[in-house]
Each structure stands twice: as C-alpha cells, then as structure tokens.
Design a protein around this ligand. Structure first.
Ligand SMILES: [Mg+2]
Length: 409
C-alpha cells in the first residue's frame, strides 16, 4: 500500500490532469470538414400507403442522405420526402454546409434552419436539414467511438418494444396478417388507415374486434385513424364516439383521429376520450409542436425524425413534451436509418420505451447488414456501436438505389 503511494506524488497527479486538459483542448480544436452531401431516393419496394392515392412500388418518398467528410468518415441520414425535393433542397443549402464542422450537429443544423428562415421553412428544406442532422450525429458518434444515444445525453435503456405497424384491411385478411406478425415475436401492434373511418361505425368495430381476437388479450393494440389522409372526412363527434368503442377493446392509444391541424378539437377530444390520444407525425420544426404540447392536445406526441429536422429537433421536442407530462413515441419507421435514429432517441429519453416498426419493408429489413431481431420478450436491442450503430449493405441497397452515393467524392 505504502510502496504504491510512493510512486505517485501530488505533483504527478497535477501534471497528469494538466496533460489530460491539454489533450482535451486539442480535441476541442478538432475540425472535420463537411466535404459533400449526397442524396439518393429508394425505389422498387416502396411500401403500400399513401395520403390520398395509393403509392406505387417505384414512387420515391424515402430518400437517404450521405454526409462525406474530408477525413473519409461518412454519416447517413434519412428523409421522408422525394429524391427530387431533397436534391433541390441540398442545392439551396450547399453554400451553408460546405466546409462546416461535421462534429457539431446541433449548431450546424440550427445555422441551416436560421439561414433558410425565409425559404422552405417547415417543408422540404426542413426535412433535408433533418437528414443532414442525423448524418452529423452519426459522424460525431463514429469520431468519438460512442453511440448517438449517449451523445444525446445518456442511455436510459438498452432495448425497446417495437410495435408492428400494419395497414388495416377487412377483418379476415387483417387477422391473418396479425397472426403472422405475432408469430415473429411482436407483442405490440398498431393497425391503421385502410377502411377504418371510411365506411361506417359497424365496420370500424368489426375490424378492431377481429384484431383484438387475433393478437389475444395481453398484447398491446393501437389504432391509427390516419387523419392526415388528404380525403379524411370525419370530425370531432366521430372521433369521440369511436374513442369509446376502442376503450371496450383495450386499445392503448387512438392516433390521428382528426385532421392534423384541428388543434382545438384535439384538445377537447383528449379531455373527453377514455383512451389516450396521439398525433403530430406530420409536423416539422420544434416550434410547431410547442402550442400543441402546451395546450395538452395529445397524451402522446409522435415526432418523425425523418421530417421534423433530425435528432437535434426531435430531442428538444421530446424534452418539451416530457416536461409537460406528454409521452413521446417516435415515428421514424420508414427506413432502417430512421429506425436506427429512433432507437438512439428512445435510448436517450427517460420514458420512451416503444418505437414504431413497419413490418415487411425492404427499406427497413434489407438495406442494412444489421439484423433486426426480437428477443423472447418481443424487445429490440438498441445498437451500442458508435454513431447510429448500423451499417448499410451496399449490395442489398443497390437493388433500390444507386449506392454510389456512399462512395468518396
Ligand atoms: Mg400514424
């Protein structure tokens, strides 16, 4: 004991601390330049969906973004809009991001938001900034050897419950699909859009009843009306009556039961509904969420990381919701990159223990080397590797996009 203390004098300790500080200062000066940002749309396996007319497999609505740095690191982001729009936004943003420090996601993203205040704010430009932001967090994680969740403030959990998200159908085929997905190990399910709210209340109840019977009494069941459908015609009274029907089937939340901008009706519905009310997937920018969170329009808010402006924006929305007693459950389900960002986000939020998972999408399951695997409790591990923690699979990706966007500029 004594011999050990003899080898380290108080002066030695001070010198060690000084050296550490000098090294830290050196790191603080470190600068990794953004060299180029490339975008590529995914095509050929676009999942069914659509906001008024059905999407086709060849439609481009999910676009990947690669941020290339001068020292060779590449970060990946995902944007929920078409390739043409993202490319146009990148042209607007290019003079602002070129040569910027790739190790400072929040500052760089905020600079891009401020500089485009008069141009495309809240639309495509915000979506595209989100893709860059996600990629910059990925780069910072790779450069520091840390998962993004830790860089966002710390890891509250190492696994989350993914809920399988399925389009609604007539009771029989929907039941069959749910049983197939349940066999894969999922314990939580969301059914949405399709015929629900588009025929009559009897049909709505038949669908929910069949879904509950298919998954059993213990699994979580959520219902998404899809009020952001361009042709959505129901209003407050339909939503209130339907919420009562859903309570009879133990539904965990009722999503987008109203047109997405009907703030006052959402506030009334949340107060009257026996089941939690959720929404917010179409909003962009943290500032747009604030009045909804402050008015208590939702029990659960669902920012989409591929739309809102990336992880920097999503994190601030998440904490704003948290501090107002509103749950946050992310919506970036549409590609493996969006899912990976949501997993890191969920890791870094105290109460976010669920993420949306679209089942059977090539853009989630095929384009990465990572295998999304549920454990025996139906939970998904949050990747602990640096950055977003996943690797794109260039060969698989080449089926859906020109994977050259990953090559060094
Ligand atoms: Mg939804």
């Amino acid at each position: 004991m004594k011999a050990n203390t003899m080898t380290t004098t108080p002066m030695d300790d001070t010198e060690v601390a000084r050296q550490a500080l000098r090294q830290a200062n050196k790191r603080r000066e470190s600068f990794m330049k953004i060299r180029e940002v490339r975008a590529v749309g995914l095509r050929g396996a676009t999942p069914a969906g659509g906001w008024s007319d059905e999407l086709k497999r060849e439609d481009s609505v999910h676009t990947l973004v690669a941020v290339h740095t001068d020292d060779g690191l590449v970060g990946i982001g995902s944007v929920f809009t078409s390739e043409a729009l993202v490319r146009a936004a990148l042209e607007v943003l290019r003079p602002l991001f070129e040569g910027e420090n790739a190790l400072e996601p929040e500052r760089v993203s905020e600079k891009l938001h401020r500089a485009t205040f008069w141009l495309g704010r809240g639309g495509t430009v915000t979506h595209a900034i989100g893709g860059i932001d996600m990629a910059l967090w990925d780069i910072l994680g790779q450069a520091t050897g840390q998962p993004v969740g830790r860089l966002l403030g710390g890891m509250w959990r190492d696994r989350v419950k993914p809920y399988a998200s399925l389009l609604m159908d007539e009771p029989e085929p929907l039941s069959e699909k749910l049983r197939m997905v349940a066999e894969q190990g999922f314990r939580a399910f969301k059914i949405g859009w399709g015929p629900f709210g588009r025929h009559d209340s009897r049909k709505d109840e038949e669908i929910v009843k069949a879904a509950r019977a298919a998954i059993g009494p213990d699994a979580m069941l959520m219902v998404d009306a899809g009020g952001s459908d361009g042709r959505w015609a129901n209003g407050y009274k339909w939503a209130r009556n339907t919420a009562h029907m859903l309570a009879d089937y133990g539904v965990s939340w009722f999503e987008e039961p109203l047109k997405p901008d009907a703030l006052e009706d959402f506030v009334s519905l949340r107060a009257a509904s026996p089941v939690p009310i959720s929404g917010g997937e179409v909003f962009t920018r943290r500032q747009a969420f604030m009045p909804w969170i402050e008015a208590r329009a939702f029990d659960i808010v669902q920012p989409d990381v591929t739309k809102v402006g990336g992880l920097s924006e999503q994190r601030r929305i998440g904490w704003c919701a948290h501090d107002h007693g509103v749950r946050v459950i992310p919506h970036g389900w549409n590609t493996a990159i969006g899912l990976a960002a949501d997993l890191q986000f969920a890791a870094a939020m105290p109460d976010t223990d669920l993420v949306e998972y679209i089942s059977g999408s090539a853009y989630v399951d095929d384009v990465v080397q990572t295998e999304w695997k549920l454990d025996e409790d139906g939970m998904l591990a949050i990747p602990s590797e640096p950055g977003l923690g996943i690797q794109l699979d260039p060969v698989a990706l080449a089926k859906y996009a020109d994977s050259d966007f990953l090559l060094k500029p």
